[in-house]
Write a protein that binds this ligand. Structure first.
Ligand SMILES: [Zn+2]
Length: 370
């Protein structure tokens, strides 16, 4: 389509203009699609931990950004230059419900490694870019989202609850990446730091992958009750929490884990994770996505115990496909839907962010379409 405008009604978008400033509601015409693009009617967006960090000023985004990158919606229009197929090779059409990767690698750009497309130069990420002119439908907090060409998208069943479907494209895909990095889970003892959506998803994935012992710990003891519902065999209040009686915290070393996952980004927790590893164990860090103090590591311990530390940021295409399949297979088995503890409309976005940052629910959902 080469028209200047798409012919669809104007849409609303919510601009984040910096910490402490009110959100700004704007209405824009929907521009015509460029080659290979897809127009989506956004239905639901969940507020990811990164969005909350941005809102609170712990991480910096462009000065005017439409936040939200855990999004689900229905296809409204497909530019003829698009292949007409989803990432699994299935034909797509107007009206299909889809989830899509958080990033798009611009045409002509080569990834630093084939399995690391998320680290390509000039990468585009939904919910992370400057909103300018009519180019505002690029984040989850808007009526529409325009998918760039080269966005991996997957058609999903409309029967999947929106609350669950929205979380595939960040939380579950990132955790699936961590599972890939861990290599072998079957028969292993794993310990997960952080009982947010990432940690709870990790429990369920480890359970399904055949882990024999699955521990969960969090600074917020009220979150630990979720653990058992997602496959944990043990839950520990994180030590050092004021007011906890002695012995109520994580016993150290924890029955020597083969794999520890850090979803917290807390330097103390990452250190404790290393201390909890058995000989030959591996620590996988995915939570440290905001500035924090360096982690104090005893190098001798790493050497003598033959330990590994591996980091992962975002995910690759394989992780996205596997995470979508995991959720399709398991969203009824584990109570993922209950983790979106409160819902708001787009008009109540101030209230939604305030609640998310003050009350720290696992997730807050934003209903956008009907
Ligand atoms: Zn996210």
């Amino acid at each position: 389509m080469n028209d200047l405008l798409s012919g669809f009604p104007p849409g609303k978008a919510v601009l984040f203009n910096g910490q402490g400033k009110p959100f700004e509601f704007i209405t824009r015409q929907v521009p015509g699609l460029k080659a290979g693009e897809i127009l989506v009617k956004t239905l639901y967006t969940t507020l990811c931990g990164s969005d909350i960090h941005t809102y609170c000023g712990r991480r910096l985004e462009p000065p005017h950004v439409v936040l939200g990158h855990e999004i689900v919606g229905d296809i409204l229009s497909i530019d003829p230059a698009h292949s007409g197929k989803d990432f699994r090779g299935e034909a797509i059409k107007v009206g299909d419900r889809i989830t899509w990767s958080i990033f798009s690698v611009p045409a002509g750009i080569t990834a630093p490694r084939a399995d690391m497309p998320q680290k390509s130069p000039s990468l585009f990420k939904y919910g992370h870019v400057l909103a300018e002119g009519d180019d505002v439908f690029n984040g989850g907090l808007a009526d529409y989202c325009i998918l760039r060409s080269n966005t991996a998208l997957i058609k999903i069943d409309a029967a999947m609850p929106l609350k669950v479907a929205a979380t595939i494209s960040c939380a579950h895909s990132t955790v699936m990446g961590a599972i890939r990095v861990a290599a072998e889970i079957s028969g292993k003892k794993v310990l997960v730091f952080g009982a947010g959506l990432l940690g709870l998803s990790c429990l369920a994935m480890c359970k399904e992958a055949g882990a024999t012992a699955i521990g969960i710990t969090d600074v917020d003891p009220t979150r630990l009750h979720w653990g058992e519902k997602f496959g944990a065999t043990a839950a520990y209040a994180y030590p050092g929490v004021e007011g906890l009686p002695p012995g109520e915290g994580l016993p150290l070393p924890w029955p020597e884990a083969d794999i520890v996952f850090d979803m917290s980004g807390n330097p103390q927790a990452m250190k404790m994770g290393i201390d909890s590893l058995a000989v030959g164990g591996c620590a996988i860090w995915i939570g440290a996505v905001f500035p924090a103090k360096p982690v104090e590591i005893d190098a001798q311990k790493v050497v003598r115990k033959l330990l590994q530390i591996r980091g992962l940021h975002n995910y690759n295409y394989e992780d996205f496909v596997n995470a979508t399949a995991f959720i399709e297979d398991n969203y009824k088995k584990y109570p993922f839907e209950e983790l979106i503890e409160k819902e708001y409309s787009l008009d109540d976005i101030e209230e939604a962010f305030a609640f998310a940052s003050n009350s720290k629910p696992v997730r807050v959902g934003i209903k956008i379409g009907e």
